[in-house]
Write a protein that binds this ligand. Structure first.
Ligand SMILES: *Cc1c(COP(=O)(O)O)cnc(C)c1O
Length: 418
């Protein structure tokens, strides 16, 4: 049987990832294949490292992607530093805290999870006190948890880690390139992100960065593969990282001038990362963060203007995700289905205790733009009315339009006065 040619329906994606890819990223990814040691390709790798340091706002030397989605990067980082019985503290404030806990346990850590209610974040003292009392070797934490739409302040926690000689590892998958993330200033030793969120590249790479404190641990645990090792290379077995694929000490050798062979690099994905990073730096980080704030403000005004309520502590709201309470008696999944079927718009449901209680609307990367925000507000209002839900008709989009108008006035004024 002959299958019909592949056809992909157009979509407006307003979820917390994957989001719409930058068109130039998709074009870059369809370029012809280069081998992973081709000098034209290794030159691209060097440029990727340079741009990644800028986007990650770090002076660290090591900044490169791990092949696989974000959790491959998280697992590489944690698995390369945690050894059997190491004490690991995970302050979790949503689903992704549990993911960190699970990964730390699987790589042999003695994990203590502390939690707060979903929709809230910790008082910083609650976390720093445990660091001082329990003295973990590693503290692993999420910066922005998309499951609850909250963002956690990290600087005081990072400082406590440094003072108590703990390594501070942060999952910043939902925030990098959408909000300010400052690994060096916040005493973050290792930080991981992913491509499919604010970077607006298809999923499949986990860019990460780490400092000399992590590098020292990697150096101690380093073991070069037997078939490619020379007599001087370390071949220690007792502390060797369990995973070969996700051993940062080996990946680091491929991303160093040695170009020591490891996996076959996903060269087409690296083209996508190159172009995605380039576009971010061309827009500039401050302009990009302001764009995320502006669209978030319009979305929030639109949701409230319609008469719907937001979920969670407003003081800890994540710019890139807006959580909306599903009105009582409304079938949240039926609304999402109609948004997709009739309008080609995707928004997200939620996990665990929040399933059926909230929708999550993303404003990330290329998807984070005026026409998408207005489209999702318009469509959501129409679907709710169609399904018999009472909303304040017409107010949502009007409120969002006012936000855009006021912001363009403010921008014009500041241009005049500068
Ligand atoms: C989306 C997200 C991830 C995703 O992990 P993948 O392996 O890329 O699916 C991890 N952490 C956080 C906080 C996220 O928001």
């Amino acid at each position: 049987m002959m299958e019909k040619p592949l056809t992909i329906p157009p979509r407006t994606i307003m979820t917390p990832g994957p989001v719409e890819a930058e068109p130039s990223v998709l074009r870059a990814m369809s370029s012809s294949v280069l081998g992973q040691f081709d000098p034209d390709f290794t030159a691209i790798m060097n440029d990727v490292m340079t741009m990644l340091r800028e986007v990650l706002q770090t002076e660290n030397h090591w900044a490169f992607p791990v092949d696989g989605t974000s959790r491959a990067g998280i697992e590489a980082m944690l698995g390369s530093i945690i050894e059997d019985g190491d004490k690991v503290l995970v302050p979790g404030f949503g689903r992704f805290g549990y993911l960190l806990k699970e990964i730390c346990e699987r790589v042999g850590g003695d994990v203590k999870l502390i939690t707060c209610d979903w929709g809230e974040v910790f008082e910083e003292d609650e976390v720093t006190q445990v660091i001082r009392d329990w003295k973990p070797k590693v503290v692993a934490m999420v910066h922005g948890d998309t499951s609850t739409g909250r963002v956690h302040p990290l600087k005081a926690i990072g400082h406590a880690c440094r003072e108590n000689d703990a390594l501070f590892i942060v999952d910043a998958v939902a925030t990098v390139a959408g909000m300010d993330v400052l690994p060096d200033e916040w005493y973050i030793d290792g930080l991981i992100t992913g491509t499919q969120k604010c970077l607006s590249i298809p999923s499949g790479l986990a860019p990460l960065t780490y400092n000399h404190r992590i590098e020292a641990v990697l150096q101690e645990r380093k073991s070069v593969e037997e078939g490619i090792a020379s007599s001087e290379d370390p071949r220690g077995m007792d502390r060797r990282v369990r995973s070969n694929y996700l051993d940062l000490s080996q990946l680091q050798d491929y991303w160093s001038p040695k170009r020591l062979n490891h996996h076959t690099e996903a060269t087409s994905m690296i083209y996508g990362l190159y172009e995605g990073l380039r576009v971010i730096l061309e827009e500039t980080l401050p302009a990009r963060f302001a764009r995320h704030k502006e669209n978030e403000a319009a979305l929030v005004a639109g949701i409230e203007g319609m008469g719907l309520e937001l979920f969670g502590d407003p003081a800890a709201k994540l710019t890139t995700v807006t959580c909306v309470k599903i009105p009582p008696g409304v079938d949240g999944d039926a609304v999402r289905k109609q948004l997709l079927d009739d309008f080609g718009i995707e928004i997200a449901s939620s996990f665990g205790p929040l399933h059926g209680k909230i929708w999550r609307i993303g404003t990330m990367g290329y998807s984070c733009q005026k026409r998408n925000v207005l489209a999702v507000l318009n469509a959501l209002e129409s679907v709710l009315i169609w399904q018999g839900v009472t909303v304040t008709r017409g107010n949502g989009v009007q409120a969002a339009l006012s936000v855009y108008q006021n912001q363009s006035k403010t921008a014009a004024k500041s241009l005049l006065s500068s």
